[in-house]
Design a protein around this ligand. Structure first.
Ligand SMILES: Nc1ncnc2c1ncn2[C@@H]1O[C@H](COP(=O)(O)OP(=O)(O)OP(=O)(O)O)[C@@H](O)[C@H]1O
Length: 363
């Protein structure tokens, strides 16, 4: 657990970057610091590993005052990942990752073996081991940055906009992989970003800071979206927060049966829309019987609808209904097999009930 107690940082020119910050980052969780440019995110992060010394207040890790530890010892337990990865340009990828373990006394050979394992963990082919950072894409370099920070197996990781310098598609992949890795490793992570969507996706808890370095709100992503503390937080979180909050609401909704046919069957007669399944029960698309007859083939299907997973979120249930040609949302199990369909009215009724319920909770 990392704890900020009344931490203030005033720079020599009189700028107050962080002002009486009280904050706890729980063990094994991701705490995201988010806020507009200049609100003191990086300064706060660097006070944890003492790259920056607080003007007053205390930063504790597992109840130990970080100021009482030698800086080198403190940093051995803290991985640090920054934007553009900050790799050593004249060292190969494998040696970049092996650097800290070697400094800690691990043999070069063993450190390289571990580095290769870590490359695999962060989704990098071992073929890159002998390359230099400039020979990798931005996304690959960020993966090396994460692998290097993990190499000494530190309990704490500090991450400063690690995925900001890559395009949105790669960023999305890096975020997904990062979440998978964290589910395995359970590090105590403090993650800085200016991107509220990234904060909501990654954070177990989110600290919104305002310029001047004060804490505007500390909350879970769901709470931040549904109950922003004030106008500043509401503005920062964004306008479509009501819809995005549905992504955190479980949709344990009753599904209905649905007429289905399989590829190769006759379209048949009956209700206007019929759902087509493959031989493993995976939904393939819909057929409009008003305009189609004869054998069901892949090229006559109306595709395009998203699928909702059983036990998934209200947002995915709503999207499945809205994107389905028949207006009925298709629900599948974890293996992608058809379970039933959802009606828009059912999803809307649940949204209304949840909204009414959350208004009854005292704030
Ligand atoms: N070395 C320094 N000397 C003086 N002022 C500084 C110094 N470093 C940062 N600041 C100021 O402290 C404030 C907080 O800076 P910090 O870099 O912590 O913000 P940030 O939230 O990380 O910003 P960004 O999102 O733009 O990176 C800013 O007003 C900044 O100009």
């Amino acid at each position: 657990m990392i704890r900020f107690e009344a931490v203030t940082k005033k720079y020599d020119d009189g700028t107050t970057a962080v002002d009486h910050l009280d904050l706890t980052a729980p063990t094994g969780k991701i705490t995201v610091l988010v806020g507009p440019s200049g609100c003191g995110k990086t300064t706060s992060l660097r006070m944890i590993n003492r790259m920056i010394t607080p003007t007053s207040g205390t930063v504790l890790i597992d109840d130990q005052d970080t100021a009482s530890l030698p800086a080198a010892k403190l940093r051995r337990g803290i991985g640090y990942v920054i934007q553009h990865a900050g790799l050593f340009p004249h060292r190969t990828i494998v040696d970049n990752i092996a650097t800290v373990p070697v400094l800690n006394g691990v043999s070069r050979r063993q450190a390289r073996t571990q580095a290769l394992e870590l490359m695999e963990r962060v989704g990098l082919s071992p073929d890159f081991a002998k390359r230099y950072p400039a020979q990798l894409s931005g996304g690959q370099q960020q993966r090396v940055g994460v692998a290097r920070a993990l190499a000494a197996d530190p309990p704490v990781m500090l991450m400063d906009e690690p995925f900001s310098a890559v395009d949105p598609v790669v960023r999305d992949q890096l975020q997904d992989e990062f979440l998978r890795l964290q589910a395995e490793l359970g590090k105590t992570i403090v993650f800085v970003t200016h991107d509220i969507d990234e904060a909501i996706k990654l954070g177990d808890q989110i600290a919104v800071l305002r310029v001047g370095g004060t804490l505007a709100q500390l909350a879970s992503p769901h709470e931040l979206l549904t109950r922003p503390g004030d106008a500043f937080v509401a503005g920062f979180v964004g306008r479509d927060r009501g819809y995005r909050a549905l992504g955190f609401a479980d949709a344990d909704l009753p599904v209905s049966g649905e007429p289905t046919v399989r590829l190769g069957d006759d379209v048949g007669s009956g209700a206007q829309w019929v759902l087509v399944l493959d031989h493993g029960d995976a939904p393939q698309g819909w057929i409009d019987r008003r305009t189609t007859s004869g054998q069901v083939t892949a090229d006559i299907l109306r595709r395009g609808g998203t699928l909702a997973t059983q036990g998934g979120s209200l947002r995915s249930a709503l999207d499945a209904c809205l994107s389905s040609p028949s207006g009925r949302g298709v629900v599948v199990d974890d293996a992608g097999r058809f379970v039933g369909t959802l009606r828009l009215e059912t999803v809307i009724a649940r949204i209304e009930a949840d909204a009414a319920g959350s208004q009854e909770v005292p704030t």
